[in-house]
Design a protein around this ligand. Structure first.
Ligand code: B12
Length: 303
């Protein structure tokens, strides 16, 4: 799929005339580049931003390079916001393309990545966990649903605007022994949707590796997603306190979340912010950017 569209492609995708697209471009509502031959080209990420901001109806998602958004997903009467029950149903049945189409259409209709995680993916996955309670079939269904969600989230990631070269960095992971893939990946994509350059080290990552990433990327934010109780709670608590202290010394904002994060808020004296949702992660990231304005990372100021 090309990373840019002609005005004609975009006009076709949203069911308007080509001249409307050119007028919006001339009015500065839509950023266009010119080819060597002087033709207008619209970056795909910019086209998607425009569709989301203007609440345009996508008439032909194939023209946008998103064939998963089929009529079956959107419904004949135009786009309606589907609910997490629908996603749960598709995930239970292993309907990968339809589930991805649903998530992409929710995004194109203007929901944020954080909302998609908090309001669609997490509830649908929680419902799966409740329904099957890890029977043999449940484990199979959960693995398959996890893979579908990873695919969908990465597709959303691929249509986000590229982070700018000077974008603040964020590095994070799930700790050693924690096998859960979606939560840390979701945190990375949420931060990317907030214009961070996010480096996700993924599941089962020693805390020291987060520190290495923070150093290499001169990270503004570090996140940790904890979904499983640590096998050695005392050792983990010590390592977490040490990381928390190190990050604070270096002026790196630290945020912890995930199903099992809460217990650490009360048990340990952490400077880290403990959040319960991706929407809280967004609020935290925005706050970090605002309060850091003017201060450079690694300058020793603490949060
Ligand atoms: C998928 C899944 C699996 C998959 C994992 C696949 C993978 N590699 O990722 C598999 C099948 C492997 C699995 C295995 C097990 N699982 Co399991 N699993 C789940 C399930 C259904 C979904 C988890 C998920 O991905 N959720 C999606 C994310 C997005 O939701 P979330 O984690 O809640 O995240 C939200 C917030 O916490 C927050 N957040 C998350 N991270 C962060 C980070 C920051 C910085 C911030 C601010 C916020 C934040 O934002 C998210 C909302 O948008 C859960 C159900 C549940 N209720 O969580 C059970 C669940 C977690 N599993 C459970 C169990 C028991 C197990 C097993 C022990 C079962 C067994 N007997 O074998 C094993 C453990 C395996 C092991 N090696 O030890 C139980 C845990 C019960 C408990 N009290 O601890 C649950 C709750 C199911 C249940 N209802 O019983 N599991």
């Amino acid at each position: 799929m090309s990373s840019s569209l002609s005005p004609r492609d975009l006009a076709h995708a949203v069911g308007v005339s080509e001249s409307s697209i050119k007028r919006w471009a001339d009015d500065g509502l839509l950023a266009v580049a010119r080819t060597a031959g002087g033709h207008r080209r619209i970056a795909r990420a910019e086209a998607i931003r425009f569709i989301r901001d203007q609440h345009l109806h996508v008439a032909d998602a194939v023209a946008l390079g998103l064939p998963e958004i089929s009529g079956e997903v959107i419904g004949a009467g135009g786009p309606t916001l589907p609910d997490s029950e629908r996603l749960f149903d598709l995930l239970s049945r292993g309907e990968s393309a339809l589930a991805r189409g649903l998530i992409l259409s929710v995004y194109l209709q203007g929901s944020s990545v954080a909302e998609i995680c908090d309001r669609w993916i997490a509830p649908a996955m929680h419902q799966l966990g409740e329904l099957w309670r890890h029977s043999e079939r449940g484990v199979y269904i959960e693995h398959r649903a996890t893979d579908i969600c990873i695919h969908a989230l990465n597709q959303v990631r691929s249509i986000l605007p590229e982070p700018k070269a000077d974008a603040p960095a964020a590095v994070g992971a799930a700790p050693s022994g924690d096998i859960y893939v979606i939560p840390s990946l979701a945190a990375a994509i949420v931060l990317e949707s907030e214009h961070f350059k996010a480096v996700n080290l993924g599941p089962d990552t020693p805390l020291a590796a987060i520190e290495s990433g923070v150093t290499e990327y001169r990270s503004r934010i570090a996140w940790l997603s904890i979904s499983m109780p640590p096998s050695n709670p005392n050792e983990f608590a010590g390592a977490l306190e040490a990381l928390d202290t190190q990050l604070a010394k270096r002026g790196v904002r630290f945020v912890i979340g995930g199903r099992c994060a809460r217990q650490f808020r009360t048990a340990l004296r952490l400077r880290a912010f403990v959040g319960t949702s991706m929407s809280e992660l967004v609020a935290f990231a925005r706050g970090a950017v605002t309060s850091d304005a003017g201060a450079s990372p690694g300058d020793g100021s603490s949060n």
